[in-house]
Ligand binder design. Structure first.
Ligand SMILES: [Mg+2]
Length: 224
């Protein structure tokens, strides 16, 4: 019997990669309009390379990018930051809000365990107006250690007050979300819809959601 569901945020509740793409396009266009001498395609490619190196949450990405191509100046930098923020859109996957509400209505506790810094995790939940749906939110600053370490999950379990085998955990990263859930003795679910780059590799999870609606179906099946 599942009594609580733990969600990852990025690429599980929200299409993080699409959100990045929508923000980066206007950012690069703004930098080009202020003198960045490079095509949009090349700039985007270089920025994504830097994200791969420093992580998707890297704060100084435009500074690093402009310096790496020998074109740093504050006029271009600030135009880029403003362009990035102008098109910020934090949208949950289709049906996700209804799925969360119906889980909540059926009496399940809901939690977040995210590796995003607290301010970013909370901003995303608030943007989507789903922060009130979660009984527990554990983000990076709470334990200062990333998944699959057990500490963030242990904190969530303690706050949920639910035994481990009655917890269902869903996330898009096999090596973090699924591996962490399995170490904890949760029922694990891989969000296969989340990150196309992960492709068709084996997730090792107990269950797989091809689309967000599957989450509800899987949980209803287990609990029936
Ligand atoms: Mg994720």
């Amino acid at each position: 019997m599942i009594k609580a569901v733990i969600f990852d945020i990025d690429n599980t509740l929200i299409d993080f990669l699409e959100m990045k793409e929508k923000s980066l396009g206007p950012a690069v266009e703004a930098m080009i309009s202020k003198g960045l001498d490079m095509s949009k395609e090349e700039a985007l490619e270089r920025i994504y390379k830097l994200y791969e190196k420093y992580g998707m949450e890297y704060k100084l990405i435009f500074q690093e990018f402009l310096k790496s191509v020998g074109q740093f100046n504050y006029r271009i930098l600030t135009a880029g930051i403003i362009g990035y923020r102008s098109k910020r859109e934090v949208k949950p996957y289709p049906h996700m809000v209804d799925i969360l509400k119906s889980l909540k209505d059926s009496g399940l506790k809901l939690a977040i365990v995210s590796d995003a810094p607290n301010i970013k995790a909370w901003m995303r939940l608030s943007y989507m107006e789903i922060d009130d749906l979660f009984d527990v939110v554990v983000a990076f600053d709470d334990t200062k250690i990333a998944k699959p370490a057990t500490l963030p999950f242990e904190k969530a379990v303690a706050e949920l007050g639910v035994v481990r085998k009655e917890i269902f955990m869903i996330g898009d990263m096999p090596d973090k979300d699924v591996a962490g859930a399995k170490k904890m003795g949760f029922i694990s679910c891989f969000a296969r819809y989340g990150n196309p780059k992960i492709g068709k590799e084996e997730s090792g999870a107990d269950y797989e959601a091809e689309k967000p609606e599957d989450i509800l179906k899987i949980i209803e099946k287990i609990n029936s």
